[in-house]
Design a protein. Structure first.
Length: 185
């Protein structure tokens, strides 16, 4: 199998599968952008200074820390530096995820490999248990995390929508029997 091969001739961008690939590429690209822009912003401006949250959103993260994030750099420079370094490590894994996500998206669905849509969906949904733990941790300190749910739900909606479109698109041109099966002509 040649991974460099172009997409099969039956792949169309203006189709449910094409839209699914575009949505998955957008999601992977957004992770690349965040993995680059967040560390740049944090190293330049400090935690929260440019409106960039550490975990959920600036207001909620500030409530959790007990100090406004934009003031953390001056009030507690060691903690500020630690949190920036911690975010660097998280963004490193985010970049690794994004690269694999984009590679799988670019090659597998366009070549009608059904496993890819389920893999990409699982990659998208994998954040759920972690954000549930984050919400529980914040809640144990009486910090409501519900205000920060919208971006998480938006990213999940992209993954679920893209998977549904991929499923429809892969079914639209699926031969009734795979080549080589005992039912193939």
């Amino acid at each position: 199998m040649n991974a460099q091969a172009s997409a099969p001739s039956d792949f169309r961008w203006r189709s449910p599968l094409g839209l699914a690939v575009a949505l998955f590429l957008f999601y992977g690209g957004a992770n690349v952008v965040a993995a680059v822009s967040v560390p740049l912003s944090l190293h330049t401006n400090g935690p929260g200074a440019a409106g960039v949250p550490l975990i959920l959103d600036v207001k909620t993260d500030s409530a959790m820390l007990g100090t406004p994030l934009p003031q953390l750099r001056e009030a507690q420079p060691r903690l500020s530096a630690f949190l920036v370094g911690f975010m660097d490590s998280m963004c490193a894994y985010m970049m690794a995820f994004a690269i694999v996500f984009l590679a799988v998206t670019w090659f597998a669905p366009r070549n009608r490999l059904e496993w890819a849509m389920w893999t990409l969906l699982l990659g998208t949904l994998a954040i759920l248990p972690y954000y549930a733990l984050i919400a529980a941790t914040y809640s144990s300190f009486d910090v409501a995390a519900a205000s920060a749910v919208a971006p998480i739900l938006f990213s999940l909606a992209i993954g679920v929508t893209a998977t549904a479109l991929a499923w429809v698109g892969l079914r639209a041109h699926k031969p009734p029997h795979p080549p080589g099966s005992r039912h193939a002509a």
